[in-house]
Design a protein around this ligand. Structure first.
Ligand SMILES: Nc1nc2c(ncn2[C@@H]2O[C@H](COP(=O)(O)OP(=O)(O)O)[C@@H](O)[C@H]2O)c(=O)[nH]1
Ligand SMILES: [Mg+2]
Length: 232
């Protein structure tokens, strides 16, 4: 149980984050001409979530070209910007520890794509990982967001395969291949089976070597791009 004072601190942090997000969203709306600019600039808002220790911060720092040798657990959030295929991806990395997961909903507003990072070596927490993903996928504000699952830490021997992870997360029903395609590099993709038309992809990657990360983000530019910017 967190102590009373740390609960108070968490509550204060939650309020601050929430106020900050409200102000930034209001600014975006008030300065309506900027919305036009936003469309021209082809901005995509990406939320990176997943259990703590999955490698979220390492992934975000790696795409930013930052030093990944000293990364400590994320208590608040990191924002970074990635230019890819004529899009600007604003990438939000949010702390994933159990006590911080209640803050995730502060970031859902206007999210175009969800990146769910999985530690492919953490078999013990795979069920926990599925449960948290199920909760987040039910969020009203995220029904249209594309889903990229990054099966991270593939550089570690014995890491689970993309298919193992897709099955464990319930994206692929075991023994069935309905609406799932598997490419030669073992990238799995499909649509979720609920009423939303969410497209997903499971991409193997390693934040340490950088392998697979940009391939995953390419899916976001393709999928969000085809949904949002077809009139441009
Ligand atoms: N071997 C390996 N370790 C990784 C990889 N990605 C992250 N890590 C390590 O996993 C730990 C947690 O990473 P971090 O980015 O803080 O995870 P977060 O809690 O999801 O933000 C750190 O010790 C990282 O160095 C990876 O692809 N391979
Ligand atoms: Mg982190």
């Amino acid at each position: 149980m967190p102590s009373k004072s740390s609960r108070r601190r968490l509550e204060r942090a939650r309020r601050l984050i929430s106020d900050f997000l409200k102000i930034s969203l209001e600014l975006e709306t008030t300065l309506s001409p900027l919305v036009g600019v936003k469309r021209k600039e082809r901005e995509i808002r990406v939320l990176v979530v997943g259990l703590d220790n999955a490698g979220k911060t390492t992934i975000v720092k790696k795409i930013n070209g930052e030093d990944i040798s000293k990364i400590s657990p994320t208590l608040g959030f990191n924002i970074s910007s990635l230019h890819l295929n004529d899009y600007r991806l604003n990438v939000w990395d949010v702390g994933g520890q159990k006590t911080l997961r209640t803050f995730w909903r502060n970031y859902f507003e206007k999210t175009d794509a969800l990146v769910w990072v999985v530690d492919s070596t953490d078999v013990a927490r795979l069920q926990d990982c599925k449960n948290e993903l199920d909760v987040i996928l039910k969020e009203e504000k995220l029904v249209d967001a594309s889903l990229l699952v990054l099966a991270n830490k593939q550089d570690v021997e014995g890491a689970m395969s993309g298919r193992d992870i897709a099955e464990a997360l319930g994206l692929v029903s075991i023994g069935s291949s309905n609406s799932v395609s598997v490419s030669s590099s073992e990238v799995l993709s499909g649509m979720t089976s609920n009423s939303s038309k969410r497209r997903w992809r499971v991409q193997k990657c390693s934040a340490t070597t950088g392998d697979g990360i940009l391939d995953g983000f390419e899916f976001i530019t393709e999928d969000v791009g085809s949904r949002m910017f077809t009139l441009d």
